[in-house]
Design a protein around this ligand. Structure first.
Ligand code: ARG
Length: 462
């Protein structure tokens, strides 16, 4: 091949591309990542071309064998990638010609790089969706183990990051299981919707060859061929959905990360992270830093950034294919790598983490965390309207605050000075254990409710 023409499309050209043109045009640096999907797609296409008689069986076999050789060359790092051949599709087809000669030129019958790249990329994204689902399940399992270990341990529940009411450790862990279950179901849902084969849409209009799109769709694990060839080559919704779902999942991971950063601080000491998932400081010998949590917290930036970037690439593109769409891959690659790493690191951190039961309980008993229980008691035992009970409790909290003690440290006489009808029975609702045990409403924090949810999710995940 001369440098002056691209042998794959150079027929009408007399001069080769400027070096700058080559630099902006070539995608081989990054789209080598979809090489195995490209080979899978081409093998399915060649098998179909042979089966329906568009090419001979011997050509079809030679193509498919040659593609396997190329796959092993790529896997062993022996494939001669050439920037002059632009992208993975033409690199592979050109190499196929070196290996098997004339039949290689028949592979591209009835298809285009437009349906080819859409197919390859869909196969790649689909694999990532499956990997994300697995990663999420592993993290859900790690959280379930934590929930089981401390289903009834009492900790402060927060609103505004201020102590609100006592909750159970198990309940807090299971909240993240719920979030991740939604992420998992969003990936499953997106996967179902995207699972249509673009292959055979050709450049944009379909083809005059009698191809069998059902056959290639089947061979590639798609549910059906896509029904509109213009849409098939121009659709990148599947990549956007992947990024959208990944963004929400990464947002959840960033929230959990933030809790780990707070909980592992020396001010809180709710948990200790393992050495395996912490780092030291080069100057401060006492430090053990939650770097993994902080990095996971930051990954949302890249993932959501990719989502926005691809949305901007696709915005305003007329039908059908435009070269803009080549800018889809790097964003998705980076987002997928970031998500998988974040899921794996979070799973490791959660599995290794030790919660400090005593510190959790001690924190739960401060900050007048059972004030709502007191107000509820006034309603239940004395028939007081809740608004009034709220007011009376407020006065008791103020009294305790001035005395520098907790509600349960007030004497009965002191309580009765605020409201005469209060009896000794009130002290029972002021312990954090009784507080959480009382919240038995469905989905509440009572240990029995938490165990019910643990059992439900354990069965779901097994
Ligand atoms: N490298 C291209 C991409 O990733 C392949 C499709 C090229 N199609 C074309 N009509 N130039 O989008």
């Amino acid at each position: 091949m001369t440098k002056s023409q691209n042998q794959m499309w150079g027929g009408r050209f007399t001069a080769g591309p400027d070096a700058i043109m080559e630099a902006i045009n070539a995608s081989i640096e990054f789209d080598q990542r979809i090489a195995s999907q490209d080979i899978q797609g081409s093998r399915a296409h060649a098998a179909m071309l042979g089966a329906v008689g568009i090419i001979s069986d011997s050509d079809s076999n030679a193509i498919r064998e040659g593609l396997l050789t190329i796959l092993s060359e790529i896997e062993t790092g022996n494939f001669p990638f050439q920037v002059a051949l632009e992208d993975i599709h033409m690199n592979i087809e050109s190499r196929l010609k070196d290996l098997i000669g004339e039949p290689a030129g028949r592979l591209h019958t009835g298809r285009s790089r437009n349906d080819q790249v859409a197919t390859d990329f869909k196969l790649w994204v689909r694999d990532q969706m499956d990997a994300a689902i697995k990663g999420i399940e592993a993290l859900m399992n790690a959280l379930l183990q934590q929930a089981k270990a401390g289903a009834d341990w009492v900790m402060p529940g927060f609103t505004h990051l201020q102590t609100a009411q006592p909750v159970t450790w198990g309940h807090h862990m299971m909240a993240y299981v719920e979030m991740l279950a939604r992420d998992k179901s969003r990936f499953e849902d997106a996967r179902r919707r995207m699972n249509e084969s673009p292959l055979g849409a050709a450049a944009l209009a379909g083809t005059s060859f009698p191809i069998d799109r059902e056959m290639t769709a089947n061979a590639l694990g798609f549910d059906r061929p896509s029904a509109n060839s213009l849409d098939a080559v121009s659709d990148r919704d599947f990549a956007l959905e992947f990024l959208g779902v990944a963004s929400i999942c990464a947002m959840h991971l960033s929230r959990l990360s933030e809790e780990l950063v707070i909980w592992s601080s020396s001010q809180f000491q709710f948990v200790s992270l393992s050495d395996r998932f912490s780092t030291g400081s080069s100057i401060m010998p006492q430090k053990k830093n939650p770097d993994a949590a902080e990095l996971i917290r930051a990954k949302i930036g890249r993932i959501f950034g990719a989502n926005v970037a691809l949305m901007m690439v696709m915005k305003g593109l007329p039908l059908a294919y435009s070269k803009d769409m080549q800018e889809d891959k790097e964003q998705v690659f980076d987002a997928a790598d970031s998500l998988m790493l974040a899921l794996a690191a979070m799973t490791g951190m959660i599995s290794d983490m030790t919660a400090n039961r005593e510190n959790l309980r001690a924190a739960a008993t401060s900050g007048f965390s059972t004030a709502t229980d007191l107000a509820d008691w006034l309603v239940r035992a004395l028939g007081m309207p809740f608004r009034e009970a709220h007011h009376v409790t407020g006065s008791l909290v103020a009294m305790a605050e001035t005395q520098g003690c907790d509600l349960r440290d007030l004497t009965l006489e002191q309580m009765q000075s605020v409201h005469q009808a209060i009896t000794r029975a009130v002290f029972e609702v002021l312990t954090v254990e009784n507080s959480v045990a009382s919240r038995r409403s469905y989905g509440g924090t009572a240990p029995e409710q938490v165990w019910m949810q643990i059992a439900r999710w354990e069965e779901f995940l097994s």
